[in-house]
Design a protein around this ligand. Structure first.
Ligand code: 2RA
Length: 330
């Protein structure tokens, strides 16, 4: 199996390398692919040195699977060219997510939708992945009717330049600004661009992608996405109203057995999910479970995950693992 990592030098690309090493993902050949400014540089992986190559060379090498973390424009242009030579692209950008011809996959929830002729497979947005991981087991049992979400998102979701902006501001150093305002000591209710309806693209991703993954267009969803000077992961306050009533202990039971979900809910001992603890972990952490006493059949929850891991790299590598394990690579 020939594996290509496209966007290998970015924050997500680097995390993909870390995840395939930790999970011992098996391949025969590895190609590290990046933009012209990185081509020719070297990167060490498992003690071996790899030369970074460009897109054309990567396509000529005919990889079986390419994990793309290179942005929407790059993916729109290049993913079909990789697919044409028989490669399966697992794409981290938003380019293909809402296309009716492409699958949007969180392996624990809907990997069984994948078929041998899927050539470009979309990885959902980070803030959507962690939310649906916590919701899917509850949706099956009680049916999600409505979601009201507020996010608290890490600067790592924007990329390396945003991490640099935060650290430069903290250290009093001048540098490139990727946010329209200071991020250190601040909170920005603004992630991605504003749309005509007054919501941001990030907020609408949570609406549309959640419905597609859970396979239910009737779910009412409203979101406010917020950037914080935080690094370890994204946090979300989720108010969920179900069609059926639930038992809180049963909710905890369902979540504690859900694959890839860790219940951290012991408020007497100040145990609840936090980005500092989620950093570099592959799981989604859920806590602060309590009934919404203002509304029948409604629950409040707090969900945290490392956005570079389950929100991006881990989910993509899990898709690749599923393809390899189920003979969907040819
Ligand atoms: C963010 N959701 O955190 C984005 C990254 N895909 O900005």
């Amino acid at each position: 199996m020939k594996l290509a990592i496209v966007g290998a030098t970015g924050l997500v690309g680097q995390e993909v390398l870390q995840v395939i090493e930790e999970r011992n993902f098996e391949f025969d050949q590895l190609f590290l692919v990046a933009s012209a400014k990185s081509v020719g540089k070297t990167q060490t992986f498992k003690g071996k040195s790899y030369k970074i190559i460009g897109m054309e060379d990567a396509i000529a090498s005919k990889p079986d699977i390419a994990i793309f973390s290179a942005g929407g424009g790059t993916s729109l242009e290049w993913a079909p060219k990789f697919a044409e030579v028989g490669c399966i692209v697992v794409d981290n950008s938003s380019a293909w997510r809402m296309s009716p011809d492409h699958k949007l996959i969180v392996p624990e929830i809907n990997a069984e939708e994948l078929r041998i002729d899927d050539r470009i497979i979309a990885n959902p947005n980070c803030s959507t992945i962690q939310m649906v991981m916590a919701l899917a087991p509850l949706h099956k049992k009680y049916g999600v009717k409505r979601l009201v979400i507020s996010t608290y998102q890490s600067v790592t979701g924007t990329g390396k330049a945003a991490v640099d902006q935060l650290m430069n501001e903290r250290n009093g150093v001048e540098g490139e600004k990727v946010y329209p305002h200071k991020i250190d000591m601040n909170v920005l209710p603004h992630i991605d661009v504003f749309l005509d309806n007054g919501y941001t693209k990030e907020e609408m991703k949570m609406v549309n992608e959640t419905r597609k993954i859970l396979g239910d267009d009737s779910i009412a969803i409203t979101a406010t996405a917020v950037r914080l000077p935080v690094m370890g992961g994204h946090s979300e306050s989720i108010n969920v109203e179900f069609h059926k009533d639930f038992d809180l202990e049963e909710v905890k039971e369902l979540l504690s057995h859900a694959q890839g979900v860790v219940l951290q809910d012991d408020v007497k001992n100040a145990v609840y999910p936090m980005p500092l603890n989620a950093h570099r972990k592959d799981e989604v952490f859920v806590g602060r479970l309590r009934r919404d006493e203002s509304q029948p059949n409604a629950l409040n929850m707090w969900v945290v995950a490392d956005n570079l891991r389950k929100g991006a790299a881990t989910n993509a590598v899990q898709i690749a693992e599923f393809l390899a394990a189920n003979n969907l690579v040819y």
